[in-house]
Ligand binder design. Structure first.
Ligand code: GTP
Length: 220
């Protein structure tokens, strides 16, 4: 993880010409995955970035990241997605990565009630370390193990509603259900918010320029 490979398997000249013609990205965004140990954060990220599902995935140590570029409407968005260790002993390291994240995926394992009950702890971490304008998405993972479900869907929905209507989704990294969709939905929300904020900033600048012009005109 943490490496970006370009032009793999093609000759250097083809890779160079591809780089010349490739449309540049319109926006770079950071996302972060948080949640208890073993809920499937790494597996979801592996899936989203084109990797295969592994039954015995190693526990993340500290933090790691992967890159993927996606299209949202007519915009090309380059995502840097941070995967964090769920073990409490890494909290002091992982919390430093919350601040720059525009989107946060809070993951629990729907077959392990205790990971759902620990969500309050993760929300406190978000309140303390994340940017106020970050978009949040609650994910109940391991949907393929429906028979072992310990957390009902409506409980997940209710929890999400309590936090300013954060989005909610259930997924399975194993059978790849909803994985692409959940990342896309979060990024769409972030992009929408960034566009509105940019527009508001532009409007404020226009109002400021207009006021300064009016003042200088009336003064002399
Ligand atoms: N059945 C099933 N197993 C899953 C799914 N996602 C992950 N797993 C398994 O759950 C275990 C933990 O997955 P990880 O992706 O390592 O979990 P994590 O949240 O990154 O764990 P930490 O790095 O320790 O915080 C692994 O054995 C995975 O194979 C899923 O959707 N369905």
């Amino acid at each position: 993880m943490g490496t970006v490979r370009q032009g793999q398997g093609v000759s250097p000249s083809v890779a160079r010409s591809r780089q010349r013609t490739a449309r540049p990205v319109d926006c770079r965004l950071q996302l972060i995955l948080i949640g208890d140990r073993g809920v499937g954060k790494t597996s979801l990220l592996e899936r989203f970035t084109g990797g295969a599902f592994t039954e015995n995935c190693k526990s993340t140590v500290g933090v790691d990241f992967k890159i993927r570029t996606i299209d949202v409407g007519d915009k090309k968005i380059r995502l840097q997605i941070w995967d964090t260790a769920g073990q409490e002993r890494f909290n002091s390291i992982t919390s430093a990565y919350y601040r720059n994240a525009k989107g946060i995926l809070i993951v629990y394992d729907l077959t392990k009630r205790e990971t759902f009950e620990e969500l309050g702890k993760w929300m406190k971490m978000v309140d303390k370390y994340a940017s106020e304008d970050a978009d949040l998405l609650l994910v109940g993972n391991k949907l393929d193990r429906e028979m072992e479900r310990e957390v009902r869907r409506d409980e997940g929905e209710k929890f999400a509603r309590q936090y300013c209507g954060m989005r909610f989704c259930e997924s399975s990294a194993k059978d790849n259900s909803n994985v692409d969709d959940l990342f896309h939905r979060l990024v769409e929300d972030v992009v929408r918010k960034v566009s509105v904020l940019s527009l508001l900033l532009l409007l404020s600048l226009c109002v400021l320029c207009f006021t300064v012009n009016c003042l200088s005109f009336s003064l002399g």
